[in-house]
Design a binder for this molecule. Structure first.
Ligand code: NAD
Ligand code: LMR
Length: 324
């Protein structure tokens, strides 16, 4: 058995936390022989609920869980962590766009960026789930610099990828595992571009007869549809996607996966200095992501990438104003 790693979940008393903790504790993310010390952070108001969550983790008797650090103190929560799921923040309600959460949530990520720099393992891998995820990741990275490189910050678009892969598989009468290279470009928002023009079906190029607006909108608005139906934002599927994302980051990929990562301005005309979702591959030894090169894009796709990139620039301006 390896020595334990420290894994932080923020917002641990919330909905996503409740679905994510079992995936981490049971070994589905970091491996069946990787012990974990689970750090759980929430706000003071939720201390009682957090205590109940700890009781349940203990009652699960997970063999891989070496200990639990449950706290409402940021310094303690971020101390020496190797991986972080930054979930804790306000979810949107019906009728809101994710960027409407910016003013409320971005300050959390400023504070947690500083806490990462001050207290965490410098090699920590940070996945931002809390919305607006791309811009929150950018703010956390800004305040964690220079101790923690911006390449250690990623934002979650895996839920969008899973949604798109599932819909695409159903359309083609295939199993979801037979589908690959479904890409999410840009922002985790209603401007994101779910792109199946390069998708593979059973390892072969899937038939493609133009971008399907109905499909694109279904994926762009899926989060809102879940909120309308559940009166709560997605949690089970969000936790599964967070686990998939971190699993692939930690263990390496065999296929393209979509992640929000920093754009250096040189790939696919995505603006420089925003966290933009690209198809990436991850090296299992170094745990470093690399943007897939030379993905063909038609004019429709290029326009859609421009639109979602412009939105990320607007969000960045707003977020910087809110945090300065
Ligand atoms: P929730 O309200 O059920 O839980 C959020 C928890 O975060 C609460 O317990 C709250 O007390 C806690 N919290 C608030 N501020 C905190 C802070 N400063 N430090 C630590 N904890 C804090 O919400 P949820 O349904 O779990 O959603 C959490 C976030 O994830 C929302 O912003 C939601 O929009 C987002 N989300 C993102 C995706 C994605 O695909 N990227 C998918 C689903 C949800
Ligand atoms: C989702 O995509 O389900 C989440 O980002 C929650 C939301 O606000 O849509």
């Amino acid at each position: 058995m390896s020595s334990p790693i420290r894994v932080l979940i923020t917002g641990a008393a919330g909905q996503i936390g409740y679905s994510l903790i079992p995936l981490v504790a049971s070994g589905q993310v970091f491996g069946a022989d990787q012990p974990v010390i689970i750090h759980l952070l929430d706000i003071e108001f939720m201390a009682g609920v957090l205590n109940g969550v700890v009781m349940e983790i203990n009652d699960c008797a997970y063999p891989l869980v070496k200990s639990i650090v449950a706290t409402t103190n940021e310094a303690e929560g971020f101390k020496d962590i190797d991986a972080a799921f930054l979930v804790g923040s306000m979810p949107r309600r019906e009728g809101m766009e994710r960027k409407d959460l910016l003013a409320a949530n971005v300050k959390i990520f400023k504070s947690q960026g500083k806490a990462l720099a001050d207290h965490s393992n410098p090699n920590v891998k940070v996945l931002v789930v809390g919305n607006p995820a791309n811009t929150n990741a950018l703010i956390a990275a800004k305040y964690a610099a220079p101790k923690i490189p911006i390449t250690s910050f990623t934002a979650m678009t895996r839920l969008d990828q899973n949604r798109a892969a599932n819909q695409f598989a159903a359309k083609h009468g295939a199993a979801v595992k037979e589908v690959s290279r479904v890409i999410i470009w840009g922002n985790h928002s209603s401007t994101q571009f779910p792109d199946v023009s390069n998708a593979l079906l059973r390892g072969e190029k899937a038939p493609f007869d133009g971008h399907d607006d109905a499909f694109i909108q279904l994926i762009q608005k899926r989060g809102a549809a879940v909120i309308a139906a559940r009166k709560l934002s997605s949690a089970m599927s969000a936790a599964k996607a967070a686990a998939d994302h971190m699993h692939d980051w930690w263990n390496g990929t065999t296929e393209w996966v979509s992640m929000g990562v920093v754009s250096d301005g040189n790939k696919y005309n995505a603006p420089e200095g925003v966290i933009f979702s690209f198809p990436v591959t991850i090296d299992s030894k170094t745990k470093e992501w690399k943007i897939v090169d030379d993905v063909p894009l038609d004019d429709v796709a290029k326009q859609r990438l421009k639109l979602t990139g412009d939105e990320l620039l607007e969000e960045r301006t707003e977020a910087l104003a809110a945090t300065n």
